[in-house]
Design a protein around this ligand. Structure first.
Ligand code: PMP
Length: 286
C-alpha cells in the first residue's frame, strides 16, 4: 500500500508527492527540516522540534505558512492517515518557487511536506557492539558562514564528511570545528565520559543543538551523573572511558573506536547503558 505524504495541505500518495523544479529548496537547498520520532502515538518533544524549525526559519528570513498548532495537527493527521503509532517523521519547509536567481524575496508558495516512515533502525547489535568512526578532514561550517544551529536543507557539509566515513569503511564520521575542537558527527551529537564526567560540546562549538542531546542532558541530571557542556578535543575523545552519539533516529549509539583508538573497554559502557535505558523510559513516558 502506498504511503500518504502531506504536501501543503493535502495528503497524497507518495508517488504524487512532488514540488516544482523552480522551488529554491530544490535549486539551492533553500529550506529547513526536522527529523522526529513518534513513540506509541506521541511525537517525542514535538514542541522543541517545532521551536527549532521556527528558529531556523527566523534566521533564514523565511515565513512558515502555518502556525505551530496547525503544523502539529498536520503531523498527527499524516501519522493517522498511515496508521503509524511508532514512526520516523521528516518535516520539510521549502522557500518555494522562484526565479533561477538567488533572490529569496522573489520566491512564493513555500511548501510544507510531511513524510512518515516505518523506522529503519540500527539493529540491536549496533547498540551492544557500538560503532567505529573516523575524524573527517571536512570541518563543520563556521557559525559566521552558515550557523550549524540552523537545520537547513543544505547538508553538503555533512554529506562531504559522511562520504569520508564511507571511504574509510565506517558508518559515521566525527567532525571538528574551525578551531580544531570536536563539534559533532555528520547527523548526530557526541558525548564522552571522561574521568567520570559526562561531557558534550557547547552549542557555540558549531553544532546542531540536538533535541536528543538536550533530553540526554536531562536524563544525566536525573541520574545524578556529573555533566558539563565543554569544548573537547580529539585527545579527550581518544582517552575517554565511554563515548556515544545521539540523534532522533538512532537515540543513543555507543562509539567504541575513533581513528583506530579503542575507546574504554571497546564495547557498550555501563554509564552509556544506564543513560540509554533511562532515555528509552523517558521517550515512552514523557
Ligand atoms: N547533528 C546533526 C548535524 C543532525 O543532523 C542531527 C539530526 N539528525 C543531530 C545532530 C541530532 O539532532 P536531534 O537529536 O534533534 O535529532
Amino acid at each position: 500500500m502506498s504511503l500518504k505524504v502531506y504536501v501543503s495541505g493535502r495528503l497524497v500518495d507518495q508517488e504524487d508527492a512532488k514540488v516544482s523544479v523552480y522551488d529554491h529548496g530544490f535549486l539551492y537547498g533553500d529550506g529547513i527540516f526536522e527529523g522526529m520520532r513518534c513513540y506509541n502515538g506521541r511525537v517525542f518533544r514535538l514542541k522543541e522540534h517545532l521551536d527549532r524549525l521556527w528558529d531556523s526559519a527566523q534566521t533564514l528570513w523565511m515565513k512558515i505558512p502555518m502556525t505551530k498548532e496547525e503544523m502539529s495537527a498536520a503531523i498527527y493527521e499524516t501519522l493517522k492517515a498511515n496508521n503509524f503509532v511508532d514512526a520516523y517523521i521528516r518535516l520539510v519547509v521549502t522557500r518555494g518557487r522562484g526565479t533561477l536567481g538567488l533572490d529569496a524575496h522573489l520566491c512564493s508558495d513555500p511548501q510544507v511536506i510531511i513524510i512518515t516512515n516505518a523506522l529503519s533502525l540500527y539493529t540491536e547489535e549496533f547498540y551492544e557492539k557500538g560503532l567505529k568512526i573516523v575524524t573527517a578532514s571536512t570541518i563543520r561550517m563556521p557559525a559566521d558562514s552558515m550557523n550549524p544551529r540552523v537545520k537547513s536543507l543544505n547538508y553538503l557539509n555533512n554529506i562531504m564528511a559522511k562520504i569520508e566515513a564511507y571511504q574509510a569503511g565506517c558508518e559515521e564520521a566525527l567532525m571538528l570545528n574551525h578551531k580544531g575542537e570536536v563539534a559533532e558527527c555528520t547527523g548526530d551529537n557526541i558525548f564522552i565520559l571522561r574521568k567520570g564526567k559526562l561531557l558534550t560540546p557547547p552549542t557555540d562549538a558549531c553544532i546542531l543543538e540536538g533535541v536528543t542531546r538536550n533530553a540526554v542532558i536531562d536524563v544525566a541530571h536525573k541520574l545524578e551523573i556529573p555533566f558539563e557542556e565543554k569544548a573537547i578535543t580529539r585527545h579527550d575523545v581518544y582517552c575517554a572511558e565511554e563515548c556515544f552519539m545521539t540523534g532522533s533516529a538512532a537515540e543513543l549509539i555507543p562509539v567504541v573506536e575513533v581513528d583506530g583508538r579503542v575507546i574504554g573497554s571497546g564495547k557498550l559502557g555501563p554509564v552509556t547503558r544506564r543513560i540509554l535505558n533511562a532515555f528509552r523510559e523517558l521517550v515512552r513516558n514523557e
